[in-house]
Structures are given as structure tokens and as C-alpha cells.
Write a protein that binds this ligand. Structure first.
Ligand code: FE
Ligand code: FE
Ligand code: ZN
Length: 301
């Protein structure tokens, strides 16, 4: 079975997409995901055409199919609350989609939104209204709604909520991104993943899944915390994640790691070293290395 795997990478103003491709290749990836700028603000640099050409060439040379590359929308966008910066969120997501279109990226992952006190129903309807407006024009970019952990008033924490949005927006440019940490934290038993998928298929359809975020979780099932752990170092576990990654139904779907950077030592909080090269190797080998974190620290000494 072929494996489409990568991680979150940076996108800086000097090298833009070319820098992202180079970083992904350094991890042994054949896909990647990035924010077009800082996720917490709206400063975005002008897209450089020449850098796109160079990035495209490097991708072709290394068998990276650009159709599998993902952009993540900034998390300041909240389409669920129409009282605070709703128009701003709608406009900014439209601009992000234009940027994706310019870059030649066909998928953008979006957190559906948090209702922040408005209630589930109002929040979901706000998301539907906003997405209809955003997807009115077909820019050849798909929005993938991410399954959420249910932290605070987050929507998209159940298949039923996602179904409501998808059914009511009714656009071929709307799909889903599964996040294993979020599913686990929302209460899905990933050891019984077939059960989840069966229900998902009945409600939404497996064909709507466009991306999988592969993360372990620092917390027990149903914790609603959303704190990612390195692959095999959390409460989901290596074998369960491997089973999801290698599910034949997902052969053509990109898998993206968003696991935390490794700290200098156990007492340090500052996350410094990328784990992705090592985690991708473990996934390719289907073999867990319980000493991975120490090895990464030693290499960087
Ligand atoms: Fe996300
Ligand atoms: Fe995610
Ligand atoms: Zn998360």
C-alpha cells in the first residue's frame, strides 16, 4: 500500500512554498501542511510566482503530488459566532482561499468554529450561512472541516454536527479532515475505529474525508482538552494509530502529523526539535521506538 504522509511545516516570507517543500523533504515526507502566515494574525505576504515555480519543480522531482498538499486556515477565523468579527472571518477565509488558488493548493482545513455562548443551533446555522457565502464561487479549493475535541464551545465535535453543516451547505467543495487526537478527546474509541467509520459513512460518507491529522493525545478519552502527543507517546497508542494510517480505505488520503516539538529536557517547556523525521520513519517501519525522544535530544546536543 502506498503511504501519503507528511507533517505541519513552516511557510516563511522569504522562501514561501519552496521553503515548505524543502522542509517536508528533510523529514522524508511526500506531502505537507502549512499556514500561509502566522495562525494567530492576519499579516500575509504577497505570493511570489517565481517561488511557486521552483517549489512545483522540486515537488515533481521528488514525487510530491501537489493535490495532496494542505493549507490550514488560521484559528482566529470563527464562523460560528455572528456577534464578534463574523464579517472579518468570512472575508479572511475568502482571501485565504484566493491565496490557496494562487499557490495551486486544493485543500484548506478549517476549524468549524466556537459558538461562544450563542448555543449549538445558532452556532451551526452561522457556520452554514458563512460557508454558503464563501463557497458561492467555485475557486477549485475544497474546505475540509476538522473534527474537533469539544474544548470550550467548539462545534464539529460530533459526526452529527458535521453532517448538519455539510447537508445544509450542500457543496461539492466541502469535506472533512479527521484529527485522531480530537476524535479521541471528543469521546471516540479509536480501538473501535470501524464502528466510528460505519456511523460516519452512514451520516456523511467516507468519500467526504479529504485529510487525516495523525496525532496521539496527552489526555484520556473524552477529556475535551486537545493536547497533542508524539506518535505512540500518548493515550491513543502506536498500534491504534498505525491501524488508522494503514486502513486501505484511506490509501489515497494525505496523513499529516501535528505532534509537538521535543523539549531540550524533561524540565524544559520550550519546544525546540522537530520530531517529524523520526515519527515518519517509525510509521514507515510500523515499529515504535520508545527511546525516540531521547534520541532526538542526543542528536541535537
Ligand atoms: Fe486544526
Ligand atoms: Fe488537527
Ligand atoms: Zn488539535
Amino acid at each position: 500500500m502506498k503511504l501519503i504522509i507528511g507533517s505541519h511545516v513552516s511557510f516563511n516570507k522569504d522562501l514561501q512554498l519552496l521553503g515548505s517543500v524543502k522542509e517536508a523533504l528533510s523529514y522524508g515526507s511526500n506531502t505537507f501542511m502549512f499556514y500561509t502566515g502566522a495562525p494567530q494574525n492576519t499579516n500575509r505576504s504577497e505570493i511570489n510566482e517565481e517561488l511557486i515555480k521552483q517549489a512545483d519543480k522540486l515537488m515533481v522531482e521528488n514525487n510530491i503530488d501537489k493535490n495532496n498538499v494542505i493549507v490550514h486556515a488560521p484559528y482566529i477565523i470563527n464562523l460560528a459566532n455572528d456577534e464578534k468579527s463574523y464579517d472579518f472571518s468570512i472575508n479572511f477565509l475568502k482571501q485565504e482561499i484566493d491565496r490557496c488558488s494562487k499557490l495551486g493548493i486544493k485543500n484548506i482545513v478549517l476549524h468549524p468554529g466556537s459558538h461562544v455562548g450563542l448555543g449549538e443551533e445558532k452556532g451551526l446555522n452561522n457556520i452554514v450561512f458563512a460557508l454558503k457565502e464563501i463557497l458561492k464561487e467555485d475557486k477549485g479549493v475544497k474546505i475540509l472541516l476538522e473534527t474537533m475535541a469539544g474544548k470550550g464551545s467548539e462545534l464539529g465535535k460530533t459526526t452529527t454536527q458535521l453532517k448538519y453543516i455539510i447537508d445544509n451547505v450542500n457543496s461539492s467543495n466541502l469535506g472533512v479532515c479527521l484529527d485522531t487526537c480530537h476524535l479521541h478527546d471528543s469521546g471516540v474509541d479509536l480501538n473501535n475505529f470501524d464502528l466510528y467509520l460505519k456511523d460516519f459513512d452512514e451520516k456523511i460518507g467516507i468519500n467526504k474525508i479529504g485529510c487525516i491529522h495523525v496525532n496521539d493525545s496527552m489526555n484520556p478519552i473524552s477529556s475535551h482538552k486537545d493536547r497533542h502527543a508524539n506518535i505512540g507517546f500518548g493515550n491513543i497508542g502506536f498500534d491504534t494509530l498505525i491501524n488508522i494510517i494503514y486502513n486501505p480505505l484511506f490509501e489515497n488520503i494525505p496523513k499529516i502529523l501535528e505532534t509537538p516539538y521535543v523539549t531540550k529536557d524533561d524540565s524544559s517547556k520550550e519546544r525546540m526539535y522537530s520530531p517529524y523525521k523520526y515519527e515518519i520513519q517509525m510509521i514507515r517501519d510500523k515499529k515504535f521506538d520508545s527511546n525516540m525522544i531521547n534520541e532526538i535530544r542526543n542528536i541535537n546536543l
